[in-house]
Design a protein around this ligand. Structure first.
Ligand code: PHE
Length: 344
């Protein structure tokens, strides 16, 4: 019995040492065989020895052997589990596999373009304002000097929610909202979504973006309007472009103008130019001096103050700049298109 006890002690010591040396499954298997092999393993040897003991010693000795066996089995199992986990881990970071492609998000091309426009106005001392996309008839039309049933309203194909609420057809209602709250000097731009009852085609969409501008102060004249737009358009489209003002009509500006720039694609030299249609000019925006009636509507004295306003389509201008043939491409969210414009 004593002999058996010291043998177990000896084996245990050897086992602890051996187990700490095991680095792979092959070594693990070897150790398992050494101790647990049914015929030649150390534990089997101990069992043989057990048989030679007197009956009264067998129970205690058997227990000792079993405890030892359990210990070995548990230790080997632990080691095996560790190897299995490592195997999985090694598979997960197999450096020979091609990497997983990861795309970073990028601003939408229209956003990039809008920010480019904003930056030019911010440099001129403008600040950015915002207003609701669901508007009342008052702000979208009436305060802007469109009387009810006035035919000029027909130029804006309006999506009505009910008799009074509508989706704003232009960013001009924000002019009124700002002038109600702030008194001159006012120098703002208003980028945002607008909505019209349009069937989508290459140059129309039921939702698109506009950028409004408004300046109201003492002594503002048409020369200020011209100078501001001239600076903006040249900064936006390079200094070489020509700019022309054509007389036009908007109920909220008087006089009013539409502004064209020379076609940067063909320079007026191609009769079948897809961008300007051979005219050499591309319409970029509507503008004018704020109508005195509009100033009255927001309690600003038109005898003292004057101002100018302008509005342009962001999508339209971006199409022109990037030579995109179809406006719908902006909204289809085809990543192949969007990524063309991502800032690197
Ligand atoms: N709101 C006009 C439009 O949508 C553009 C405009 C803005 C014209 C400001 C004059 C002054 O067409």
């Amino acid at each position: 019995m004593k002999d058996l006890k010291s043998k177990i002690e000896q084996y245990r010591k050897e086992f602890e040492e051996a187990v700490s040396e095991v680095r792979d499954s092959a070594a693990l298997q070897k150790l398992r065989n050494l101790y647990l092999s049914r015929k030649k393993g150390y534990v089997a040897g101990l069992m043989d020895q057990l048989k030679t003991l007197p009956n009264e010693a067998k129970r205690d000795a058997g227990q000792l052997i079993n405890t030892f066996k359990d210990h070995i089995q548990a230790e080997l199992q632990k080691l095996q589990d560790t190897f299995q986990k490592q195997k999985k881990y090694v598979k997960a970071v197999d450096l020979t596999l091609p990497g997983t492609k990861c795309y970073w998000g990028a601003p939408h091309p229209l956003r990039v373009f809008q920010e480019k426009m904003e930056d030019i106005f911010l440099r001129m001392g403008f600040s950015i304002e915002d207003g609701p996309e669901i508007e009342t008839d008052y702000y979208n039309f009436e305060a802007l000097n469109f009387p009810p049933h006035h035919p000029a309203r027909d130029d804006w194909d309006t999506l009505y929610i009910n008799d009074d609420l509508l989706l704003r057809t232009h960013t001009s209602p924000v002019q009124i909202r700002v002038m109600e709250k702030k008194k001159p000097p006012i120098r703002i731009i208003i980028p945002g979504k607008v909505f019209r009852k349009e069937t989508p085609d290459p140059t129309h969409a039921p939702m698109f973006f506009q950028m409004e501008g408004l300046v109201v102060d003492l002594g503002i004249t048409f020369a200020d309007l011209k100078g501001t737009l001239d600076f903006f358009l040249k900064a936006m489209f390079h200094n070489k472009i020509k700019i022309r003002f054509r007389p036009s009509f908007f109920p909220f500006t008087e006089p009013s103008a539409e502004v064209d720039i020379s076609c940067t694609v063909c320079n007026g030299k191609k009769d079948d130019c897809r961008v300007c249609g051979g005219t050499g000019w591309v319409e970029i925006l509507g503008a004018g001096m704020v109508d005195p009636q509009v100033l009255k509507n927001v309690n600003i004295d038109p005898e003292k103050y004057s101002g100018f306003a302008f509005g342009m389509g962001i999508d339209r201008t971006a199409m022109f700049e990037y030579q995109i043939p179809d406006m719908r491409l902006f909204y289809e969210n085809d990543l192949r298109f969007i990524r063309e414009f991502s800032r690197k």
